[in-house]
Write a protein that binds this ligand. Structure first.
Ligand code: UDP
Ligand code: MG
Length: 327
């Protein structure tokens, strides 16, 4: 594979995967910092931009850079597939020995990549950039992120490092591993933790966006959080089991009590109120538990359709096979 690549294309050391959606305001700022960075790296770089269904001029801006600099490449997805799929598409295209995934909005400082590379040179195959201080984010985002990472690391069966987003460097071997995981609901930070290899963390200061607004509204954040919990934990299902057991035990005790009353006293069992309360409690719980099971069944449904993860409408500068991946 590697030798074949060497005949076909220049030997790329560093590949950058940068997904973007409606980021026209920030892209020129990003390029102004990224190009000097890759110029100073100790190997050839490629920068693969993935346009995740933007409605602005972002792709045109990148296309222009592609014309003047062959290291810059562009893949356009046929619609907005979401950040995680956009990163996946980028990973499918890259050919470098080390692959750096970063956001387009300059919240992940490009210069920090030098530190990630240093760790990779030391022999780590996955270098996660961990958010220390977060600037320019609302207290709600910080609080919800904190709570989410805590809950997830408790529930999940693999150790998912806290406060680590998608900014990381991974070795080509890890990219191969991730490519072999065809799941539809992609919670990449969990998947990177799951594959193993030698992993390490480096702390960085998460800055404010260079320009523009967040593309992760609450709904998308919740969806991502759900993918994380459901994809990496069966705790909600186990919770349903324990809850069911607890309620059954309660019902059993109550039954014994009623039975005793009926046999040893002549107190009539009054009040349908208690019956209604118990009944509605139980049916509510039933619904909730079916809902939890439904979430997992929904995932199975999505997987069973075996659809490709994305489609590409246009690509510039990429040599490899640029069609939707199929299984
Ligand atoms: N993004 C994307 N597709 C989406 C949403 C976001 O490609 O559907 C990109 C976005 O352009 C940015 C990165 O993913 O480069 C992270 O998104 P954002 O900065 O909006 O998230 P936040 O940092 O606010 O969590
Ligand atoms: Mg951001």
């Amino acid at each position: 594979m590697l030798t074949k690549n060497m005949h076909m294309k220049p030997n790329v050391t560093y590949s950058f995967v940068i997904p973007f959606m409606n980021e026209e305001a920030v892209l020129p700022l990003l390029m102004a910092r990224l190009i000097p960075l890759i110029d100073q790296l100790d190997g050839l770089s490629e920068v693969v931009f993935v346009d995740d269904g933007s409605h602005d001029q972002g792709a045109a801006i990148i296309a222009e850079y592609c014309m003047s600099d062959p290291r810059v490449k562009l893949v356009r997805l046929s619609r907005n597939f979401g950040h995680q799929i956009a990163v996946t598409a980028g990973l499918d295209m890259v050919v470098g020995q080390a692959v750096i995934i970063m956001d387009a909005d300059l919240q992940d400082p490009p210069e920090f990549v030098l530190e990630l590379i240093e760790k990779w040179r030391e022999g780590y195959e996955i270098v996660h950039a961990q958010r220390g201080v977060r600037r320019g984010e609302t207290w709600f985002k910080k609080l919800s992120a904190n709570l989410f990472y805590r809950t997830l690391s408790r529930l999940s069966s693999v150790e998912i490092p806290r406060n680590v987003g998608d900014f990381r460097l991974v070795d080509a071997r890890v990219v191969q591993a991730i490519k072999s995981m065809p799941e539809q609901d992609r919670f990449l930070r969990g998947m990177f933790a799951w594959v193993g290899f030698r992993q390490t963390l480096v702390q960085y200061e998460r800055l404010e966006r260079g320009a523009g607004e967040t593309k992760y509204p609450l709904k998308k954040m919740m969806r991502l959080a759900m993918d994380g919990v459901i994809g990496f934990s069966d705790a909600p299902l186990r919770l349903a089991l324990w809850l069911g057991a607890l309620v059954s035990l309660g019902a059993l005790c109550y039954g014994v009590y009623i039975f005793t009353l009926a046999v040893f006293t002549d107190q009539l069992i009054e009040g349908w109120a208690s019956t209604i309360v118990v009944l509605s409690l139980l049916s509510g719980m039933n619904l909730m538990i079916s809902g939890v099971i439904g979430l997992y069944v929904g995932r199975i449904h999505a997987e069973s359709k075996q659809r490709p993860l994305y489609f590409i409408s246009q690509s510039i500068g990429l040599l490899g096979e640029v069609e939707a991946r199929r299984r």
